[in-house]
Design a protein around this ligand. Structure first.
Ligand code: PLP
Length: 419
């Protein structure tokens, strides 16, 4: 298409590096989600909420490392914490004060976390949460939702690579059908794993009725309710479950909570996590060389303590609500059949006048339109996720929001004919 040709003409250095990368990685890629046609931009550096690619273009970064980039690039407090960790050695091979303080901080912050354990990624956190639920209940099967993404080996959209658990799938936001499925599964079902807002599925909020139905039905059958808040824990000072007032049995975290370094955590009810207490005979093992790596512990602790304070969580999400409304107004002023969805600092664009309510519905509607928007926004100096998702970071100011709004309006006006 003409948008792809314009992209190719503007990005010869990214093209050359892509060619080089093809020799060692399939598709020149080690993160499938970052690939797009004709080839992805290669980045040279970032600062605050801005990025520069190898061809010298500047972008406002609305991809925000898929929510892990909440602090922006080289945030000074976090940079100092990383430097301190580097000065003090980083393969200590023993527990540290840092991880004790990091654990205390997340336990105090997120109501569902009575106890916590750290991992290296959100994928691993979810794998551990599911394994914990299966061991705790003595049951095999787990329930997830069609189109859900919970990590590289937990992607319920036809991937042949998933961890070999026995799954059943519900429909996201179908309260009655999901509760019925949970009851029908009865004492075969160990856990229900769900994001309280589907993030990569298109920033689709789970309704209160849906999430409460999952809470009630799992309580009835003895399955554990696991909230994957790897993305959504940024949406309030107490995570999305804290905001909604629904407490799962287990919770997984990741992304920005580690200050922008590799991070995951799973935890929840103290009586369940107690099985990991290594002082008792028969304790469940949970290992991982880098679970308490000092860079992440130091960066995560500094970020939560000094940067993403409860006040800033409230203001960042208020900025996101205002921006989402602003983009929707731009759509409505033009009478176009598009809908913004999301909550707080995470949002996405969808084709159609009404918001989709499930990931498969969003995926079916959007494809061509969001691909086009992605390339048009890049042309307008805005870097976003290919699937139409936009994520805020703390360094963003009014100028950053104005740049996005201008590029978005330009996209709407120039593509009116195909929308
Ligand atoms: N869960 C959700 C909801 C996610 O969005 C992601 C990553 O995008 C993950 C889990 C996996 O986290 P990680 O990429 O750290 O393995």
């Amino acid at each position: 298409s003409e948008a792809a040709e314009r992209f190719t003409a503007a990005n010869p250095k990214s093209a050359a590096i892509q060619e080089q990368a093809l020799a060692a990685m399939p598709g020149g890629n080690t993160r499938t989600v970052l690939h797009y046609h004709p080839y992805p931009l290669r980045f040279a550096r970032g600062e605050g909420c801005r990025l520069w690619d190898v061809d010298g273009h500047e972008y406002v970064d609305f991809l925000g490392e898929y929510t892990a980039g909440l602090y922006g690039h080289s945030e000074p407090v976090i940079r100092d914490a990383i430097k301190q960790a580097a000065d003090d050695g980083w393969v200590l091979g023993g527990p540290t004060l840092l991880e004790a303080r990091m654990a205390e901080t997340v336990v105090n912050r997120f109501p569902a976390l009575e106890r916590v354990r750290f991992t290296n990624s959100g994928t691993e956190a979810n794998l551990m949460a599911l394994a914990t639920a299966r061991a705790h209940t003595g049951r095999d099967r787990v329930m997830v939702f069609k189109g859900a993404y919970h990590g590289g080996v937990l992607y319920f959209s036809g991937s042949p690579l998933n961890a070999p658990f026995d799954y059943v799938m519900g429909d996201y936001n179908d309260a009655e059908g999901s509760a019925a499925l949970i009851r029908e599964q009865g004492d075969r079902l160990a856990a229900v794993l769900v994001e309280p807002m589907s993030g990569s599925g298109g920033c689709l909020p789970g309704s209160g009725a849906f999430l409460q139905a999952l809470r009630d039905a799992t309580r009835e059958t003895g399955a554990l309710l696991i909230f994957d808040e790897v993305m959504t824990s940024r949406l309030s000072p107490t995570g999305l479950h804290g905001l909604l007032g629904i407490t799962p049995d287990l919770l997984s975290l990741g992304k920005y909570v580690g200050g922008g370094l590799s991070f995951g955590a799973f935890g929840g009810r103290a009586d369940i996590l107690a099985k990991f207490d290594p002082r008792q005979p028969g304790a469940w093992p949970h290992a991982g060389t880098f679970n308490n790596n000092v860079f992440t512990m130091s960066a995560g602790l500094a970020g939560l303590t000094h940067v993403y304070t409860p006040e800033r969580a409230v203001s960042l999400n208020a900025d996101g609500d205002a921006l989402r409304a602003r983009l929707q107004t731009a759509i409505d002023d033009r009478g176009l059949p598009l809908a913004m969805t999301g909550r707080g600092s995470m949002m996405a664009l969808h084709a159609g006048r009404t918001a989709p309510t499930s990931p498969p519905e969003a995926a079916q509607r959007n494809r061509r339109l969001v691909d086009l928007m992605h390339l048009d926004l890049i042309h307008g100096g805005i870097y976003t996720a290919r699937r139409g998702m936009m994520v805020l970071s703390l360094p963003m100011d009014a100028a950053a929001f104005d740049t996005l709004a201008a590029a978005f309006e330009e996209f709407l006006d120039s593509r009116r004919g195909v929308i």
